[in-house]
Design a protein around this ligand. Structure first.
Ligand SMILES: [Zn+2]
Length: 146
């Protein structure tokens, strides 16, 4: 994340007691946010958590600890989606049925139907009924982040 974004997030800690007044100490807090947070959203979450749980301004070590904790939570949330397994992308299939003299008929099928069709020998062959794999954003948080 950028230093200016880190500085902005650091300003929010001013509502806590004993927020340092010396520029050198403030610079340390900004620096640790900048280094340990992967992006502005991460820093925003870290600062929100600090404000909610502390009454005095955190030390750089405390900021680092919360930043690591938050990062881990994000990773677990990603892994938890049973549809996309954290990738944010969901696979789906089209069953394409050629119709003589007309455009082919396209129908969306889910993983289960696709597996059943594959078991029946439906693959991908021009001019024959085929399965076409496609990908879309998962409706979970991971998908929205893509
Ligand atoms: Zn998902």
């Amino acid at each position: 994340m950028t230093r200016s974004a880190a500085r902005q997030q650091c300003q929010r800690l001013k509502c806590l007691q004993f927020f340092p007044s010396e520029p050198a100490a403030i610079k340390e807090l900004v620096g640790v946010l900048e280094k340990t947070c992967s992006d502005t959203d991460h820093a925003r979450e870290v600062v929100a958590s600090l404000i909610e749980t502390m009454t005095v301004c955190p030390t750089p070590a405390e900021i680092r600890r919360v930043a690591r904790e938050r990062q881990r939570q994000q990773v677990t949330a990603r892994e938890r989606c049973p549809i996309c397994h954290g990738t944010g992308f969901e696979l789906y299939w089209y069953l394409v049925t050629p119709r003589p003299g007309k455009d082919s008929h396209w129908e969306i099928v889910d993983e289960e139907q696709a597996a059943a069709l594959r078991a029946k020998g439906v693959g991908y062959e021009v001019g024959k009924q085929s399965l076409v794999e496609a990908v879309r954003q998962c409706s979970c948080r991971n998908g929205k982040a893509n």
